[in-house]
Design a protein around this ligand. Structure first.
Ligand code: SF4
Ligand code: FES
Length: 261
């Protein structure tokens, strides 16, 4: 496969408070075996050789596991391939001479820091509100001492696959973070260790999600389509059920009920 020459239209924004705009670049000599981020590395080298400011974009593992890479490519978070992070997207997916549009994840709760980098601290705030187990569940039990049905273990594992990239938010017309929050809620809700704080957790995480300014889910399911880890929208239903329950339990507790879940 011969090398590719491409025309790139890339969002440039000096800092969050500055006005941004699309800028056009020609990039040459791109191997079809390169990843999308490696292609941007080549462009940045070409810009630096010309004394121009390189384009800022986020990445870390470049192996599809950290959730840092966050680009909207031709209108789709993480680009055209299903189940693929930006760092795992390869240039063989494109053709020599293609025009490609690259923008940051856009959402009010993800302010632009610079160029293609956005601040996803709002996700950290949601996790800090309850995405952990703080109840003392004792030391690690012997293998198989706590039986977990396979269906439940699979559900917990599938939910735990969320890498916190934010593509679900960027894809949603409401900038909703419900798929992300639901994945974190469902992971622990499907494990015995998650039960003691289950309702307190969902309430705290949904409250933090709302406080961060994310919109609500109105069932577009663009989140599920954009998610590189195949997180199911069904977890949103689980989160909504648990949240409703947490509200009723809180009312029970106020009126002297036992608050049992
Ligand atoms: S639910 Fe999917 S798209 Fe959303 S943050 Fe997690 S991995 Fe990314
Ligand atoms: S850079 Fe880590 S998932 Fe893409």
């Amino acid at each position: 496969m011969s090398d590719m020459n491409l025309t790139l239209h890339i969002w440039r924004q000096a800092k969050g408070s500055a006005a941004g705009a699309m800028k056009t670049y020609k990039v040459t000599g791109i191997s079809a075996h390169a990843s999308f981020l490696e292609m941007l590395d080549v462009l940045n080298e070409q810009l630096q050789d010309k004394g121009e400011e390189p384009i800022a974009f986020d990445s870390d593992c470049r192996e599809g596991i950290c959730g840092m890479c966050s680009l909207v490519i031709n209108g789709r978070p993480h680009g055209p391939d299903a189940g693929t992070t930006t760092c795992q997207l390869h240039m063989r997916r494109f053709k020599n001479g293609d025009e490609i549009y690259v923008e940051p994840f856009r959402a009010g709760a993800f302010p632009v820091v610079r160029d293609l980098c956005v601040d996803r601290k709002a996700f950290d705030d949601i996790i800090a509100a309850g995405g952990f187990v703080s109840a003392n569940v004792g030391s690690a039990p012997d293998a198989n001492a706590v039986p977990i049905p396979k269906v439940q273990a699979d559900r917990a594992f599938d939910a735990a696959a969320c890498i916190g990239c934010g593509a679900c938010v960027a894809a949603c017309p409401n900038s909703s973070a419900m798929l992300f929050t639901a994945a974190k809620v469902a992971h622990l809700a499907n494990l015995p260790q998650g039960q003691p704080e289950r309702l307190r957790r969902v309430k705290a995480m949904v409250t933090a999600m709302d406080a961060a300014g994310f919109g609500n889910c109105t069932n577009h399911y663009e989140c599920e389509a954009a998610c590189p880890k195949g997180i199911s929208k069904d977890y949103i239903a689980l989160m909504n059920r648990d949240y409703a329950k947490s509200v009723f339990v809180a009312r029970d507790e106020k009126s002297g009920g036992d608050g049992g879940s």
